[in-house]
Design a protein around this ligand. Structure first.
Ligand SMILES: Cc1cc2nc3c(=O)[nH]c(=O)nc-3n(C[C@H](O)[C@H](O)[C@H](O)COP(=O)(O)OP(=O)(O)OC[C@H]3O[C@@H](n4cnc5c(N)ncnc54)[C@H](O)[C@@H]3O)c2cc1C
Length: 443
């Protein structure tokens, strides 16, 4: 296994659980990446949220499937969860520490702290490449040589984090949308309400604030990842874009006025101690001084202490439809598998899911067993099939979403009911596969 992130840790664990002896290569701390700050496996580099935990939401369904498939990453996330409404958010330190401890203590996994710079030869043992969006340059070159095409680059971004102490709670208030939080009273988020004048002043400052210039490789291919757009890019789409987007006030009432604010900036707990909060949806490419100036215009954040400013970063991924089968095996070199974000399965849980499949199939290849795919009606099956079979031209990473699943034979009119039916079908089909495989995977 090359890469000890979410996908590589999951892949290593699954292959080891299949009885294989696994060597996991992780280049940190010897060689850092532009985003990781520790030497831990499965470090979360941005948000501490793994997305929805509700089974009738795409990311929630994928998590539930992974739970049933014996995922190490989801088990560790569940064990280190923080209050976050219907989402699965974790204490990032405890989460990464737990994954690291479990991997290091597995009797069949050896962790080597070294950068891998070349691909294995065809006669070598099955190998999973799970080096993520920040794959080191040397290995990127080797992959590009195999792929026969240039890598694709686009942006992803991190949101700023502030200290709780520095938030003015005389202006901000605690609540979850529609009171759906997991803590008593549904008060998982801190909300900074804005009236119309405050919103308009904030909008004007945001769209005119100074940004960090793009680097060469970014300028050549200036595409943004739609699900993680910088806040200033959303704002530039129109004066009300934020009020309908990350700053939408729906489901929230300011207890001081009893009314719905014009717009709301939400802050989500970022660490177990509850001392740090991140600005939800505020990924940004503004200069740090500009972030301090503009974000302190938000009511309640006038004296905010930023422990981390937002940042932009590169994302590296392969043209998976040109290279991979739905088993995540490489068509050009059969002892090679790809897992994680580098395949184009986007996000923490999407990366974990493709890591799971790559790890299981690498182990199966090693023992001469037929490789597996999961049913297309499951989110994990659909996602891995998608990256292997999407249009090659203009291929972009994909997040879990219900649109990947085959249509229902008799779909109800209401979206919520359809989502529940998709979820029920997926979990039923997954159970059937686990029965047929004699639970030989995901024990
Ligand atoms: C800055 C940033 C912010 C992101 N924010 C979010 C977010 O908020 N939410 C979300 O869902 N997704 C986010 N993503 C996208 C993605 O889901 C995560 O990056 C996720 O961690 C991907 O998992 P992975 O296992 O594929 O890669 P990673 O978790 O990055 O793991 C890859 C590992 O491989 C190692 N490695 C790289 N090259 C080599 C080599 N040659 N030899 C040995 N080891 C190597 C790296 O050090 C790293 O530990 C973000 C990505 C980035 C880069």
């Amino acid at each position: 296994m090359i890469g000890g992130g979410l996908a590589g840790s999951e892949a290593a664990w699954q292959a080891a659980e299949q009885g294989q002896h696994v060597t996991l290569y992780e280049m940190r701390p010897e060689r850092p990446t532009p985003a990781h700050t520790t030497d831990r496996l499965a470090e979360l580099v941005c948000s501490n949220s793994l997305g929805s935990n509700l089974v009738d939401r795409p990311a929630g369904l994928l998590k539930e499937e992974l739970r049933r498939l014996g995922s190490l990453v989801i088990a560790c996330a569940d064990a280190t969860a923080l209050p976050a409404g219907g989402a699965l958010a974790v204490d990032r330190e405890n989460f990464a520490r737990l994954v690291t401890e479990r991997v290091l203590s597995h009797p069949r996994i050896t962790v080597q702290r070294a950068e891998v710079t070349a691909l294995p030869r065809p006669e070598d043992a099955p190998t999973v490449i799970a080096t993520g969006p920040l794959t080191s340059p040397a290995l990127s070159q080797a992959i590009a040589a195999l792929a026969g095409a240039e890598h694709l680059y686009f942006y992803d971004a991190m949101a700023p984090i502030v200290t709780l102490d520095s938030i003015d709670m005389d202006k901000a208030f605690r609540a979850s949308r529609y009171g759906r939080g997991s803590s008593p009273g549904g008060e998982d988020y801190i909300n900074c309400p804005m009236d119309r004048a405050e919103y308009e002043a904030f909008y004007r400052a945001l769209v005119t604030a100074e940004r960090i210039p793009l680097r060469d490789f970014e300028r050549e291919d200036p595409r943004f990842f739609e699900g993680c757009l910088p806040v200033e890019v959303i704002a530039a789409r129109g004066e009300r874009a934020l009020a309908y987007g990350p700053l939408r006030p729906v489901g929230l009432r300011d207890p001081r006025t009893g009314r719905r604010p014009y717009a709301v900036v939400q802050l989500r707990q970022d660490n177990l101690a509850g001392t740090l909060y991140n600005l939800v949806g505020f990924q940004t490419n503004l200069r740090w001084a500009e972030q301090a100036r503009v974000f302190r215009m938000i009511p309640g954040l006038e004296h905010a202490e930023f422990v981390r400013f937002g940042q932009m970063h590169r994302n590296t991924f392969i043209n998976a439809p040109a290279l991979l089968d739905a088993t995540l095996q490489c068509r050009k070199q059969r002892n090679l598998f790809f897992g994680g974000q580098v395949t184009g399965t986007e996000g923490y849980v999407g990366s974990t899911a493709s890591g799971w499949l790559a790890g299981v199939n690498a182990a199966r290849l090693a023992t001469g067993q037929p490789l597996v795919t999961l049913p297309p009606t499951t989110m994990i099956g659909a996602l891995c099939r998608y990256v292997a079979s999407a249009e090659e031209k203009g291929f972009q990473p994909m997040k879990p979403n219900m649109g990947l699943l085959p249509p229902l034979s008799d779909p109800p009119r209401r979206k919520a009911e359809r989502a529940q039916m998709y979820a029920a079908r997926s979990l039923r089909d997954l159970e059937a596969v686990l029965m047929t495989l004699g639970r030989e995977v995901g024990s």
